[in-house]
Design a protein around this ligand. Structure first.
Ligand SMILES: Cc1cc2nc3c(=O)[nH]c(=O)nc-3n(C[C@H](O)[C@H](O)[C@H](O)COP(=O)(O)OP(=O)(O)OC[C@H]3O[C@@H](n4cnc5c(N)ncnc54)[C@H](O)[C@@H]3O)c2cc1C
Ligand code: FES
Length: 376
């Protein structure tokens, strides 16, 4: 990264809307991208096909983002007409862009020439983000279906990574357009084989390959680690976790790190994990083991929001108490009076997040004390 423009080795392929994707394994042409706002400007090299967001983050520029996948709109910026290509015009996060003013998503646009990008906000772009996600590749395999439409998998990376509990990687099958974010469920300071849990999205491009019945293993492009919904043990706070379905992923990593460093000898966690039907639960053995590591300080509850006629609501599953209701409803019952002062960790579909956020904010928990990723 530099604060001056670098020698130009670049290409200009015009402004037609042609999909460009980055490959870590090929020699890439370079373009200079200058990010600027009222606080200053910084120029970085962007490899051919690499998104503006990836180029900036890779070189430590503190750009705004939350999903890296076109979902959240956090990365809206402005480019001069014709200087960037938008890889995914239909991105949910791009629906309210003012394209006349050059608004674009940093995570979905690639430069077609050296360019200047106006980044809103007060972040000092010349400062260091403290993050350094990188491109690499890995072998995705060991897929195990753990509940209907939910599977765990391992990613054997070509190079080890260091990540924080709660972070995610962007993954892409070589022939696929755009990356998909998946949160690590494992935790270790240096990891070459992180694990994940994936929910099958009907007709989802990534999901379809993994859930087609004959899947064994596949090479994937990887970018990361990313994400700011992280656990920092030095904060020394009690935790309130509310998760639904595969939204438990990043919080498993948080719980595993906290258990491994003895965090729960001094701090407590109350957690509600919800699914629709009792047969949809997974990770129950792992949760029970974590709970037994510090039973006085770890309180885990299960929530079931629907019950088919043939099913009876169990009192407990895997030794953990089961309640009827949505995650936020059960959370209100089990910790409604005890939320203030806790750090909130949330994960799950949008409706679950909305309910959980309302509960925490209503209880007076400051917004800065609530960590979550928007899954969709
Ligand atoms: C921070 C974060 C962490 C997540 N962690 C997990 C997790 O641990 N486990 C889990 O099951 N789910 C997780 N999700 C949700 C998961 O990423 C989506 O369910 C996944 O993208 C579905 O991919 P798909 O290809 O199967 O479905 P699709 O319906 O094909 O794609 C869904 C998403 O892919 C992207 N996309 C689609 N088409 C394009 C395109 N042409 N160009 C670029 N992008 C495109 C978009 O982000 C879209 O919303 C997470 C989401 C976020 C934001
Ligand atoms: S980071 Fe670009 S839309 Fe979420």
């Amino acid at each position: 990264m530099s604060t001056k423009s670098k020698t130009r080795k670049t290409t200009s392929s015009g402004s037609e809307s042609k999909l460009q994707t980055f490959s870590a394994s090929t020699q890439n042409l370079l373009m200079n991208v200058t990010f600027l706002n009222k606080q200053g400007r910084v120029t970085v090299e962007c490899r051919e096909g690499e998104t503006l967001l990836q180029a900036g983050l890779r070189q430590g520029v503190p750009l705004p983002y939350a999903c890296g996948a076109g979902v959240c709109s956090t990365c809206v910026a402005r480019a001069k007409p014709g200087t960037v290509n938008n890889n995914w015009l239909q991105a949910p996060g791009a629906q309210n862009l003012n394209t006349v003013k050059g608004e674009c998503l940093l995570c979905q646009c690639v430069p077609v020439a050296d360019c200047e990008i106006l980044v809103p906000g007060k972040a000092a772009l010349t400062g260091d983000s403290g993050e350094s996600p990188q491109h690499q590749s890995g072998q995705l395999g060991n897929l195990v279906e753990v509940a209907p439409g939910v599977a765990t998998f391992e990613l054997e990376l070509d190079q080890p990574i260091s990540f924080l509990a709660g972070q995610y990687l962007l993954l892409r099958l070589p022939a696929m357009e755009g990356y998909r974010p998946y949160s690590m469920t494992s935790f270790s300071i240096h990891s070459q084989k992180p694990t994940f849990v994936i929910k099958c999205v009907p007709v989802g491009s990534f999901s379809e390959v993994l859930f087609n019945g004959s899947f064994k293993t596949v090479r994937v492009d990887v970018f990361g680690p990313m994400g700011k919904a992280i656990f920092d043990p030095t904060e020394g706070r009690d935790l309130a976790c509310m998760v639904g379905g595969s939204g438990i992923a990043g919080i498993m990593s948080v719980l595993r790190q906290a258990r491994d460093i003895g965090y729960f000898s001094d701090h407590n966690v109350t957690m509600v994990f919800g699914v629709r039907n009792p047969e949809d639960f997974f990770f129950l053995n792992e949760l029970k083991e974590i709970q037994e590591s510090a039973p006085a300080n770890i309180d885990i509850h299960l929530a079931v929001s629907e019950l088919s006629d043939s099913n009876k609501m169990p009192v407990a599953l895997g030794g953990l108490p089961v309640w009827s209701g949505f995650v936020h409803e059960v959370a209100e019952r089990v910790m409604g009076q005890d939320l203030l002062g806790r750090l909130g960790f949330l994960g799950g579909p949008p409706a679950m997040l909305t309910g959980a956020l309302r509960l925490l904010l209503g209880a007076g928990v400051p917004v800065d004390d609530i960590r979550y990723d928007k899954f969709g």
